[in-house]
Write a protein that binds this ligand. Sequence first.
Ligand SMILES: NC(=O)c1ccc[n+]([C@@H]2O[C@H](COP(=O)([O-])OP(=O)(O)OC[C@H]3O[C@@H](n4cnc5c(N)ncnc54)[C@H](OP(=O)(O)O)[C@@H]3O)[C@@H](O)[C@H]2O)c1
Length: 282
Amino acid sequence: MNKTALITGASSGFGLLTSITLAQRGWHVLATMRDPNRRENLESAARDAALQDRIEIHQLDVTDADQIAQTTALIASRAQPLHALINNAGFAVPGFAEEVSDAELRDQFNTNFFGATALTRAILPQMRRQRFGHVVMVSSISGRTGFPGVSSYVASKFALEGWTETLRYEMAPLGIKVSIVEPGSFATDIWTRNAKLSAAMSDPDSPNAARLARWQARVQASAKARANPQQVADLIARILETPAPKLRYVIGTDARTALLMRNILPQRLFERLLIKLSGLSD
Ligand SMILES: NC(=O)c1ccc[n+]([C@@H]2O[C@H](COP(=O)([O-])OP(=O)(O)OC[C@H]3O[C@@H](n4cnc5c(N)ncnc54)[C@H](OP(=O)(O)O)[C@@H]3O)[C@@H](O)[C@H]2O)c1
């Protein structure tokens, strides 16, 4: 029997690639996306790999409680157990912390934190009944260390990390595994189509306008260095196939370097380096 995985945000990036990768490795994939009109990329990738019969597409906006309930009901109605839940859906709100509005901050948390935690809570009773299951949270290196310009994203991922680490301790005695993936910068839609710039970023009167422009230029200049997202899909597949998975998996040279620097450099030096690299000094 094929193992079944449910993944969120499967219309692009890591979610799409992970759906294909898992199906290639013999999994049955419930690939969910908030907008089914965006199914074409996944469908054509599945067709090209002759994997259509292993990938089902379902609608799921993780901020929609009714759609979460429908997804839970769908899983409960099946004869097959659910082996894995991959909470992948997410986006970023670039902008300086001083100026990101309360509404923008809440919007960020609604998807990256409350969406992932609500879906996990809804699925856990199924995993309890089965007495097995594996929850994988796609966090970020931004869930381990702060970065200028993405405070709301960093905050949502720090919150997700804290919740998930605790969940792991609570679920381990029940046979349910919990892991966190922490990618560095990979070439997906997150910093292009899916970046929801804070309103202040297009305000010429912002007191941070010049620094924001320099920061944005640095981010754009680094775009070429973004890594191949297939690495993350392969890692998620390996984690799901590991008998005793770890809590955290860092992936990407930039992510490893940032963590190493943060751990070995004195805080003041790390800070100065980050500020300089981000173009923030006046
Ligand atoms: N790429 C990176 O450098 C990087 C680094 C660290 C962590 N991550 C994390 O990786 C995850 C996947 O992002 P990605 O890089 O693959 O970017 P992506 O290509 O933009 O994919 C994000 C996916 O999330 C979906 N999504 C957004 N809001 C949603 C919602 N409310 N409900 C359901 N789906 C929603 C998007 O749907 P639509 O197609 O409808 O927009 C899209 O399918 C995110 O959690 C992100 O924080 C990415």
